[in-house]
Design a protein around this ligand. Sequence first.
Ligand code: GAP
Length: 469
Amino acid sequence: MRARPSNLRAVSDETVTMDKIVALCKRRGFVLPASEIYGGIANTYDYGHYGTLMKNNVVNAWWRSMVQLRDDVVALDSAIIQHPRTWEASGHLQGFTDPLVQCLGKCKRRFRADHLREEAIARGEDPDALVCPVCGGELSEPRDFNLMFETAIGPVRDEGSTVYLRPETAQGIFLNFKSTLQFARKKPPFGIAQVGKSFRNEITPGNFVFRMLEFSQMEMEFFVPPAEAERWHEYWMRERMEWYTRLGIREDHLRLRAHDADELSHYSTATSDVEYLYPIGWQELEGIANRGDFDLRQHAEYSREKLEYFDSGTGERYVPHVIEPAAGVDRSMLSFLCDAYDEDQQGGEKRTVLKLHPALAPVKVAVLPLVRKDGQPEVAREIYETLRERMWAEYDEGGSIGKRYRRQDEIGTPYGITVDHQTLEDRTVTLRDRDTLEQVRVAIDELPAELEHRLAAPWRSPKPQRAAA
Ligand code: GAP
């Protein structure tokens, strides 16, 4: 759940830096600081137009692979606020804490004690002789700080009214295990998948959308016969790694890292993190845990409901074990953006381009008249209006054609269509490929089929692997 930051010294050896990603996201309206007109709010971001479209694409790709293309997983959308006993049973009330230290010197800031220790070790310093990294002041003893956000139901705030914003979507799934078993007519092995917002009172700087107060998770709890747990854990590690590489993440920027025994969450018997090589180093992108029967047993005890599987064929009765691939939507977005970010030279000018998998690109095709006269805008709009029925398309007639292409490259649009003088003579247009910059002439009538064919084709990142970079 709260894995240690690993290998902080490893850095991605590329043109991409976190500052460039943050700047591009703001410039093009992917991700924006929340409440900016009031000076912003810590570790909180809004998704703008392109960010929202891309986020939907990430989530849809997850639903497709986790539910649509399978027979053994069903969907759920549970409440954010659940009965408070949920968090007693799950262990979050007692155990979902970070060790914090406060500066007793000038700046009075708070820090994660485990992060400071890890950084001291990385620098070759004594982790038991920590001082404030900002002002050098003495630090307090570490104190456990619970990450759950509290709120209250009803007009009077008393002990009985306290509820919590969920810190993970997983518990809503365990609470629905029994009802899902009944209506979905499934038997183990089967899974319940959910996407939604989770909330954590993170006090340390978040590195953009990597660590936020509210974020989206894509979690699936896969219930299996106890004897099959290890096999399914292996299976889901493979599946999830392949999901990222199928969507274009370069293999050498992705790795699986097994947790050491002292890192494991209270519920887990084994966890491996899918880690991505962000510009800030290797960091967790997704956790894949073997949760054993911890959650179902806890909720059975606290709710007094039987949470088990009874096989009427064999007469066997057991509490299933759970394998959980738990991914972050926002960290996935950040990985896809970092992996796609590239810079090159075109016609003596620097080009910034997002080489995103077409399935993730917010806009699939841009339609651009070469000039804003001679009937070109009318034909271009006609093409755009036909295409947008079938895919996310954009029409743009403002500014030079070069500038308009730069803009589309920066938002990762895989294809561009230019309407020019020849179009009005023979009803053909140029079709430009974002990655190869190859331009071919295509008849207007053939455009929808041609684009759909290209968008559905397998795609590999044209960016070099690390060893060759
Ligand atoms: N149910 C298990 C669970 O929640 P986790 O490792 O704490 O496990 C799963 O969270 C994923 O959620 C992480 O791998 C990460 O991608 C994402 N995540 C967790 N905390 C986050 C935060 N504060 N901001 C953004 N994403 C976060």
